[in-house]
Design a binder for this molecule. Structure first.
Ligand SMILES: Cc1ncc(COP(=O)(O)O)c(C=O)c1O
Length: 394
């Protein structure tokens, strides 16, 4: 169970860098670095079915994750979440193969646990003893938990108006909480400056190569859970885009290994009406996005006005024949009730957004009810109780 990581590669010019050194963005182009694996060797030495009998966490895919020394892995049991086949929503929508990937069951209640576990583990392997983390909220909670587990100094930076649950989960795990005026990009600037000043590693979304590797494991799980078959479409609530980018990359790796065959699923990006830089860029046929001014949405994970890896998100959507669309906060909140009432799954507003997106795309006939579709509920609704009315209707 060792990694087959071979090197890091610049996503713009393809230049290689060793993975044994601490590195954030690519020094050549100042863009995203991807972890690359020796897939020829892996394909010769490992059979996909060997992975199935291992303990049910994302680390069952260790060969395709970046940590060489299993002793460096910092795990709280992330991954191994159920792919729940919808019964009632599917019936209402006339679908036969609708699934919900229930990421709310991860440690700290969101899929962020996967990316942070991968990045913190690699940081341990490389001898890091502290990091900074800018976050819309949920990544900070995960960073605090994994930082605590690893015994690392952890400084998180989040917008002043981030959800209370995120502030409290950060504090309870002993992280330093810095509240920043503005949005995640402002938090990012501060996190980078403090990291530089104090010799800490900055774990900003896609400004280091490993969080995307952890998120990739969501896609590996989905295909394994479908009997090594890809669905026709996947609907993903997109902020910084780590999940979309990681899963698209992961499917390419599985295809190259010959562990799956066929066409990648259509990657569908759902954003919020009040912050939709990717939708605007997709509609304009652009390769990159522009800053979305005055971003506002109650789905804090989607409040990312200018994703650093926009070019990779847009590539994943376009290369797979997917699309991008925005939904309103009101629609998301109504869908939180709808998913919980129909299926017993209490989603985060970001996860609920995928249900709104699905309905719109069925109406527009972009999706066909006969297609197999996976909705990603990226977080638990229990972290967003303020969006739900109490018994007095407040
Ligand atoms: C619950 C939730 N869903 C979705 C997202 C967006 O994730 P990504 O950065 O992978 O686009 C976030 C990010 O903060 C989140 O917290």
């Amino acid at each position: 169970m060792t990694s087959y990581i071979s090197h890091l590669e610049c996503t713009i010019c393809g230049k290689s860098y060793p993975h044994e050194q601490l590195i954030g963005i690519s020094p050549c182009c100042e863009k995203v670095l991807f972890a690359r694996y020796d897939l020829d060797k892996l394909g010769r030495e490992v059979d996909r079915d060997m992975l199935v009998s291992r303990p049910d966490t994302m680390w069952r895919y260790s060969e395709l994750l970046p940590v060489d020394d299993p002793g460096s892995i910092v795990s709280l049991g992330e991954g191994g979440t159920p792919l729940i086949k919808s019964v009632n929503l599917a019936k209402n929508l006339g679908m036969r193969n609708l699934y919900i990937k229930e990421e709310g069951l991860n440690p700290t209640g969101t899929f962020k646990a996967r990316g942070i576990s991968a990045a913190v583990s690699k940081a341990v392997e490389l001898g890091v003893n502290g990091f900074t983390m800018p976050s819309a909220g949920n990544a900070a909670g995960a960073a605090a938990a994994y930082g605590a587990r690893a015994g690392m100094e952890t400084k998180v930076f989040m917008p002043q108006d981030a959800p209370d649950a995120n502030k409290k989960e950060t504090l309870v795990a002993g992280s330093e909480l810095n509240l920043v005026e503005g949005l995640i990009n402002d938090a990012g600037r501060e996190a980078v400056a403090v990291a530089k000043e104090m010799g800490l590693f900055d774990l900003s979304t896609l400004k280091e190569p490993y969080r995307a590797e952890g998120k990739k494991s969501m896609g590996l799980e989905v295909v394994q859970q479908l009997g090594w078959k890809m669905p026709d479409a996947m609907i993903y609530p997109t902020g910084g885009g780590t999940g979309i980018i990681g899963m698209y990359k992961g499917f390419k790796e599985l295809l190259e290994l010959g562990w799956i065959e066929g066409k990648q699923p259509k990657f569908i990006s759902v954003q919020a009406d009040g912050c939709q830089p990717i939708v605007r860029a997709f509609d304009a046929g652009a390769d990159t996005s522009k800053m979305w001014e005055n971003a506002t949405t109650k789905a804090d994970g989607l409040r990312v006005p200018h994703p650093f890896a926009d070019y990779l998100i847009l590539e994943a959507i376009r290369a797979t024949g997917g699309t991008a669309l925005a939904v309103s906060d009101q629609e998301m909140i109504a869908a939180m009730y709808e998913m919980a009432t129909a299926e017993g799954i209490f989603p985060a507003p970001e996860g609920a957004a995928t249900l709104v997106g699905l309905k719109k795309l069925l109406d527009q006939k972009f999706l066909d009810p006969d297609e197999s579709v996976v909705l990603f509920n990226t977080g638990s609704g229990y972290k967003y109780l303020d969006l739900i009315s109490g018994p007095e209707g407040k």
